[in-house]
Design a protein around this ligand. Structure first.
Ligand SMILES: NC(=O)c1ccc[n+]([C@@H]2O[C@H](COP(=O)([O-])OP(=O)(O)OC[C@H]3O[C@@H](n4cnc5c(N)ncnc54)[C@H](OP(=O)(O)O)[C@@H]3O)[C@@H](O)[C@H]2O)c1
Length: 283
């Protein structure tokens, strides 16, 4: 299986680059229909994996002040890939998407469209708007996998790891959410490609859902040295109270069903098991 990997420098892309034996990386800055035609003339690729995107740092709020980058990265880039795919046809596109396009307290499966988009009644941040749009665009190419991850974590400390983020915060909203172990996400995506699973959208989240308060409890139990000297937490169990006290834009909270990826033959660990394993092996 040979792959053209776009976004190989990112938090998610790096793991694809580590796990893919046969791939070539292409920066998002160099993507055009013509550059892709040139690449595919010199080498044949079975897949394009798109893990480039504009996500905002330090948080999604930053996207509100960088809308052009978000439109470019999250809408125009996937449009180019789809235009190219529709020209050459003999390729699969795997697009990394997000659960941030959803708001739910009960598990949603893939038959439900994003409910945080520019048409929805709920307030949606600009990032979610662009990512919802990207799903509509990629779905126009028949041989697609749209793979949604949600609040990634693993055992490596870093500013994108949910565990690291939660330990630093003082004010934490503690409602149930789905989460995704970063390595399992990439393995699940590769499973879809390698086994030629049915095309479509897949929610790739660990089984079950968990609150931030429970994650901190697990960290205190399984990695107490991590929690020492971190700020004392104030937990808000109610979204309205959180928004009143914390100065931030609209956030997504959601639970996604992972039945479809399980049925496709890929086992996802329970979310507590994956968190405990990450905490016990923290680096
Ligand atoms: N991290 C999360 O919490 C999370 C959660 C759910 C879904 N996702 C999705 O996962 C994908 C990858 O996110 P990530 O966390 O790996 O992000 P990241 O660490 O910020 O990496 C982003 C990647 O995209 C490239 N990029 C930067 N600005 C861009 C732009 N304006 N247009 C297009 N590409 C740009 C970067 O290239 P350079 O190195 O050249 O700048 C890098 O390769 C995104 O589609 C995101 O929506 C992420």
């Amino acid at each position: 299986m040979s792959t053209l990997l776009i976004g190989s420098t990112g938090y998610i892309g790096k793991i694809f680059a580590d796990k893919l034996d046969n791939h070539e990386a292409l920066s998002y800055k160099d993507v055009s229909v013509q550059s892709l035609l040139n690449k595919f003339t010199s080498m044949q690729f079975d897949n394009i994996i798109n893990c480039a995107g504009f996500v905002g740092r330090p948080s999604v709020d930053a996207v509100e002040n960088h809308k052009e980058e978000a439109v470019h990265g999250n809408i125009i880039l996937p449009s180019i890939l789809v235009e190219f795919g529709n020209i050459i046809k003999n390729v699969k596109i795997l697009h990394v998407s997000t659960g941030c396009c959803f708001d739910s307290t009960e598990p949603l499966d893939e038959s439900v469209s994003p409910n945080l988009d520019w048409n929805s009644k709920s307030k949606c941040n600009f990032y979610a708007g662009t990512k919802s749009m990207s799903e509509k665009i990629v779905a126009r190419f028949p041989q697609h996998y749209i793979c949604r991850l949600r609040m990634p974590f693993d055992n490596k400390d870093g500013d994108r790891n949910l565990i690291s983020k939660l330990l630093k915060y003082e004010n934490v909203l503690s409602v149930k959410n789905s989460l995704t172990h970063r390595g399992e996400f990439v393995d699940a995506c590769l499973h879809l490609l390698e086994n030629e699973c049915e095309y479509g959208i897949y929610n790739i989240v660990n089984s079950g859902a968990i609150t931030s308060q429970r994650i901190i409890e697990l960290a205190s139990k399984y990695a107490p040295s991590l929690v020492e000297n971190t700020p004392v937490k104030r937990f808000y169990e109610n979204i309205d109270e959180f928004y009143k006290k914390v100065n931030c834009g609209p956030r997504s909270n959601c639970i996604l069903s992972n039945k479809k990826i399980l049925d496709a033959g890929f086992e996802m660990r329970g979310v507590e098991d994956a968190l405990i394993d990450s905490l016990k092996n923290w680096q």
